[in-house]
Design a protein. Structure first.
Length: 396
């Protein structure tokens, strides 16, 4: 659960030092991993790195002046990141950069939790080592006691504190209602009920200002105050766009979890879909600029975050359906053909004449839990095709 942190200027300087120390320790651990080669001794584990950190704190006064809790937790986070990498669930940990990765985590002692207190209806305080009590905006009720929390600073210069608390799941209506969700670029989420939902992005004037700021940034000299001010202005615009997308995802996922007992979505491999098309020097890609624009649009639509929040709020009530041919199959008669989809928004079946919005038609197929085989046969979710196999096409 994340809240807006409101540190004083003096507290902000100490928080930035904590971020610097955590990033320094993380990057040292990352460098040790990068240095390893086959045939060399294994890289130091978490216990050995903790011992090295203790020696470094004795040797360097600026490191000893920081919080040992912050620095030790950076090593624990790196060890967990490496464990996730070797388990195949996450990518390899990479370097952290100043101005981009500004944050640290605080974990309480075994069997205890860190102090959090409420001052008024909208103001609370959290105690941070070496900083003291820092105020934050109490925008919602904490469901329990937090044993750990993370403090971070975004590119717009705003501070946030995120407590390691899992809110209770959203209860369904209990009516066995089923909904299908088709994710797209022009329409962020089309529902089988006919609703078309779009992520609110930057307004036209804001988008124009962003372009002008990016041009000014390209002309600014590196390290200059002008470049720093322009980057801060760009960060504020980007943060506004991210905030709107996150708010839309939270509202949409909560609404769907409350209205429907079963939510079916496409099983999309988003990481594969947004891969770059640049290719290599010897085999350069084609339509690179268009593919890059499509990748940005997919990220801006919030596909992955929407499904993740649905799984968090509607635990056990989200099913992923194969997305093949859902946009080319008629929901009324089951006829599958590429010509059925006349355009991005218009679907007209060539067999029965059924007309519908293309995204809504796909969402209805997803709600029915049906996939389509390569030969055009409808297949229910989790079952085999009921139709007879189609004859193979002649190669002549």
């Amino acid at each position: 659960m994340r809240f807006r942190l409101q540190p004083t200027p003096t507290q902000e300087q100490v928080l930035l030092e904590h971020c610097t120390h955590a990033r320094y320790v993380w990057n040292l651990a990352c460098e040790q991993q990068k240095h390893w080669r086959p045939g060399r001794a294994s890289t130091p584990g978490h216990a050995e790195q903790s011992r090295q950190l203790t020696e470094a704190r004795k040797a360097f006064g600026w490191l000893a002046a920081g919080s040992q809790t912050v620095q030790q937790q950076a090593l624990r986070d790196f060890a967990q990141a490496m464990a996730n990498f070797f388990a195949g669930t996450h990518r390899r940990p990479t370097w952290r950069k100043a101005g981009v990765h500004e944050g640290f985590r605080i974990v309480g002692r075994r069997g205890s939790h860190w102090d959090v207190r409420r001052l008024s209806r909208k103001v609370g305080e959290v105690r941070i080592p070496k900083v003291g009590w820092v105020r934050f905006r109490w925008s919602r009720q904490l469901p329990g006691e937090a044993r750990s929390f993370r403090v971070n600073r975004d590119r717009a210069g705003r501070w946030h504190v995120a407590f390691a608390l899992i809110p209770p799941p959203v209860s369904g209506p209990g009516t066995d209602a089923v909904i299908g969700v088709d994710r797209g670029v022009a329409v962020s989420a089309a529902l089988s009920t006919g609703e078309l939902l779009r992520v609110p992005g930057l307004r036209e004037t804001e988008a124009g200002r962003l372009v002008r700021l990016q041009r000014r940034l390209a002309r600014a000299r590196r390290g200059s105050n002008r470049r720093r001010r322009v980057k801060a202005a760009i960060g504020r615009l980007k943060a506004r766009e991210v905030d709107r997308r996150r708010d839309w995802v939270e509202r949409t996922s909560t609404d769907l979890a409350r209205r429907f007992d079963l939510i079916r979505v496409e099983d999309l491999k988003i990481r594969n879909m947004v891969r770059s098309a640049r290719g290599t020097i010897h085999a350069p890609g084609s339509n690179v600029q268009a593919k890059a624009g499509l990748n940005r649009s997919i990220h801006a639509a919030g596909w992955g975050r929407l499904v993740q929040r649905l799984e968090d709020k509607a635990t056990g009530r989200v099913e992923k359906v194969a997305s093949v041919y859902t946009s080319q199959t008629c929901n009324a008669c089951g006829h599958c053909a590429a010509d059925n989809r006349e355009s991005q928004a218009v679907f007209r079946c060539r067999a029965c004449g059924h007309t519908d919005n293309a995204d809504v038609n796909a969402a209805k197929n997803i709600a029915a839990g049906r996939a389509v085989t390569a030969r055009g046969a409808l297949q229910p979710l989790g079952g085999a095709a009921n139709r007879e196999p189609q004859p193979a096409l002649s190669s002549a």
